[in-house]
Design a protein around this ligand. Structure first.
Ligand code: SF4
Length: 389
């Protein structure tokens, strides 16, 4: 029964995965607030504790319809939904990813990426196996496209997650790496406990969830980083295996509910870098979510089923940023290009530097109590730790 002092995915790593994790670890070492290692947790291959699922209805013949995400899978007895983690057992629906994450890491909050949430703090980051999307460029396909009986999983109840986050000095818990919506019940249970403990709940999501389950989720989330993968429905159908419209609805709901929102757009050359489409996306963000919504354009590297596609030229990302700024967006960042000045935060009012960054490291911090150190205007974001209830 393998255990590890620093929990993670316990299996041979690809060269790329190793390099990414090493880079993350190096970045973590440079955090001003350096968390202690997470306590050792037990992992077991294929560990699953079925838990009643939320949002489903029974249909004639023992069939079950899942109402969690727009796929609305109709699942026969003994079968699973498209995400591979929700199962019909004799006419009742269960989640197989409650309390058994396969990845547990201490990450800089900047890695999510959140640039307007407690800069320089550490985030207790967890993911289970599974996903309701199937992006051909997935960074974490080894766990997102797997089933929980084929991964090493921790026995980590919601109570244990919150306790571990507190013990390791993390200001937030992040539901991340795969689509956290598929571990909805686990995420909302942790979120409710984290709120009482004064720890932020954050997620990195692709936003493909139905409106009904989204409302209670918005009640426990403090911040969400949402992938808007393209503004072209065809891109979603061909490369993501999903739909654009539900993502736009999710973004509007999160904004309405006051969840701090940051958007990520992975720019893939030739596939979603069309200037007119980018301009349309930025105009929509400005109009529906507001000009102060942080937008991160991220650089694509060859991955998963797109190993033969070339990395995004920096000039393409610079162009995307120009388009966004022209559309009126005030906080436009470029990701996966350490050292680029578009990693910094500049005040939307006076244009002066507010937070300097290199990769996941914070440099100069000119923010004072969430306001610009130069002109005093309030910068949108979460800048103070919440109090325990
Ligand atoms: S959450 Fe899973 S089972 Fe439910 S509709 Fe989505 S893909 Fe299907």
């Amino acid at each position: 029964m393998p255990t590890s002092p620093l929990p993670g995915v316990h299996r041979p790593l690809s060269r790329r995965t190793f390099i990414c994790r090493a880079a993350g670890a190096l970045a973590l070492m440079s955090l001003p607030l350096r968390p202690r290692p997470a306590p050792a947790q037990e992992v077991r291959y294929g560990f699953i504790k079925p838990h009643p699922a939320a949002y489903w209805q029974g249909l004639p013949g023992g069939l079950v319809e899942c109402g969690l995400c727009p796929r609305r899978c109709q699942v026969l007895p003994g079968e699973r939904g498209n995400c591979g983690v929700r199962e019909n057992r004799e006419g009742k629906f269960f989640t197989l990813v409650y309390g058994n994450p396969t990845a547990v890491h201490l990450d800089p909050v900047e890695k999510k990426p959140f640039f307007h949430v407690l800069p320089g703090s550490a985030s207790y980051s967890i993911a289970t196996t599974g996903c309701n999307l199937h992006c051909k460029f997935c960074q974490n396909w080894e766990i997102s496209q797997a089933r929980p009986e084929t991964t090493y999983n921790f026995d980590l109840s919601p109570e244990k997650v919150v306790a571990a986050a507190r013990e390791t000095g993390c200001a937030s818990i992040a539901y991340t790496y795969v689509e956290p919506i598929i571990f909805y019940e686990y995420m909302t249970a942790i979120g409710a406990l984290a709120k009482k403990a004064g720890i932020l709940s954050t997620c990195h999501s692709a936003g493909s969830i139905n409106p009904e389950p989204l409302e209670p989720l918005a009640g426990v989330l403090d911040a969400a980083c949402v992938d808007l993968k393209s503004f072209d429905p065809k891109f979603y159908r061909d490369l993501v295996g999903g739909e654009l419209e539900p993502v736009l609805n999710t973004l509007k709901t999160l904004r309405r509910r006051g969840v701090h929102l940051e958007i990520v757009n992975l720019v893939i050359p030739q596939l979603n870098d069309d200037p007119a489409t980018l301009a349309g996306m930025c105009a929509w963000i400005n109009q529906e979510l507001g000009p102060l919504t942080p937008l991160h354009f991220s650089r694509f590297y060859p991955l998963y089923k797109m190993q033969n596609h070339y990395p995004t030229p920096v000039s393409t990302l610079d162009k995307a940023r120009e388009i966004a700024v022209k559309a009126g967006l005030k906080y436009v960042y470029l990701g996966n290009i350490p050292g680029h000045q578009a990693e910094n935060t500049y005040c939307h009012n006076c244009g002066k530097l507010a937070i300097a960054r290199t990769g996941y490291s914070i440099g100069e911090m000119k923010l004072k109590n969430g306001s610009c150190g130069s002109c005093g205007v309030k910068i949108p974001g979460i800048w103070q730790k919440p109090r325990a209830a």
